[in-house]
Design a binder for this molecule. Structure first.
Ligand code: F6P
Length: 319
């Protein structure tokens, strides 16, 4: 393994920079050259890359986003674009590739591995929607960002005795909403994994009111509905003024948490270590305090299980 390429693809996530830094520094420590690919798979198609040295990754461990840039490349998904990417991998002398991203990134990586490119995937997405790993890079930072907003909105919700609906990201996965609901003490979470009942929601708001609760915070996962229509419906059914906030892209940026920097660094180094030892086509994950690796194709087949225990606990504690 003489030269490794590294790219970030799909939605960016805090902690990606820590992972890139670890790939570069651990690679150089092991006498492996590292090539940064700009803007994800688009950069592979365009042959857009830069040689990395120790100082290319100085001062980035604490920064959100990804300094290599990211994209969702349509070209790469087409036959000609894919072939061009393969030609560029050969031309650039890349012996192994480390891809940092989510589900879509791994699907692209799998295709490359089937075409003979040794690949290792690092899970980086705020959504936490990859079934094989307990946590993905960026998830906990996004969660903290959501919690900051929940706390601020709760202040004003109490002052005005309102109901506030807060819409969070996560695509089809409810983890951001669910964990933020538990950690933020929300009155309710609405997630795609569980069908919701409007009457139940409104009854709960009214019961809280009767007990003297001044605010009601409802955290809605984007995959379960839209905040505007939900809040209008709640207001019309309960008669309580209901406002909504869509947190949007604030959740994708910001200083990565300690946890995301740690697992980013550990996974970056492990990805290089695997390639160095001739191990390929694996994805990395987190289980308990351990970073583990498993077959990429097998990992992608696993379906995400709904975390019913956390959901039930959130419900019990939000009475
Ligand atoms: O996958 C991360 C994510 O932020 C999702 O939560 C969200 O649905 C999506 O990306 C937004 O995608 P884009 O950056 O293309 O608008």
């Amino acid at each position: 393994m003489r030269k490794i390429g590294v790219l970030t693809s799909g939605g960016d996530a805090p902690g990606m920079n820590a992972a890139i830094r670890a790939v570069v520094r651990y690679g150089i420590y092991n006498s492996i050259n590292v090539l940064g690919i700009n803007n994800g798979y688009r950069g592979l198609v365009d042959g857009d890359s830069l040689e990395m040295n120790l100082s290319s990754v100085a001062d980035i461990i604490h920064r959100g986003g990804t300094f290599l840039g990211s994209a969702r490349s349509e070209e790469f998904q087409k036959e000609e674009g894919f072939k061009q990417a393969l030609r560029n991998i050969k031309y650039l002398g890349i012996d192994g590739l480390i891809t940092i991203g989510g589900d879509g990134t791994f699907k692209g990586a799998l295709e490359l591995s089937k075409a003979g490119v040794p690949v290792i995937g690092i899970p980086g997405t705020i959504d936490n929607d990859l079934a094989y790993t307990q946590y993905t890079l960026g998830f906990f930072t996004a969660l903290s960002t959501v919690l900051e907003s929940v706390e601020k909105i709760r202040d004003t919700s109490s002052s005005h005795s309102r109901t506030n609906v807060i819409e969070v990201m996560g695509r089809n996965c409810g983890d951001i909403a669910l964990y933020a609901g538990l950690a933020g003490g929300a009155e309710m979470v609405i997630i795609p994994e569980v069908e919701y009942n409007m009457d139940e929601i409104c009854d709960k708001i009214m019961q809280g009111r009767a007990r003297g609760k001044k605010h009601s915070i409802i955290i809605l996962a984007e995959g379960a509905g839209d905040a505007k229509s939900l809040s209008e419906l709640i207001e019309s059914k309960t008669g309580i003024t209901t406002r909504y906030s869509v947190l949007g892209y604030t959740q994708r940026g910001g200083t990565p948490s300690a946890f995301d920097r740690l697992i980013g660094s550990q996974m970056g180094a492990k990805a290089v270590e695997l390639l160095k030892n001739g191990i390929k086509n694996r994805v990395l994950g987190v289980k308990g305090n351990e970073i583990f690796d498993m077959d990429m194709e097998e990992a992608l087949k696993i379906e995400k299980k709904f975390d019913e225990t956390t959901y039930e606990l959130t419900k019990i504690l939000s009475i």
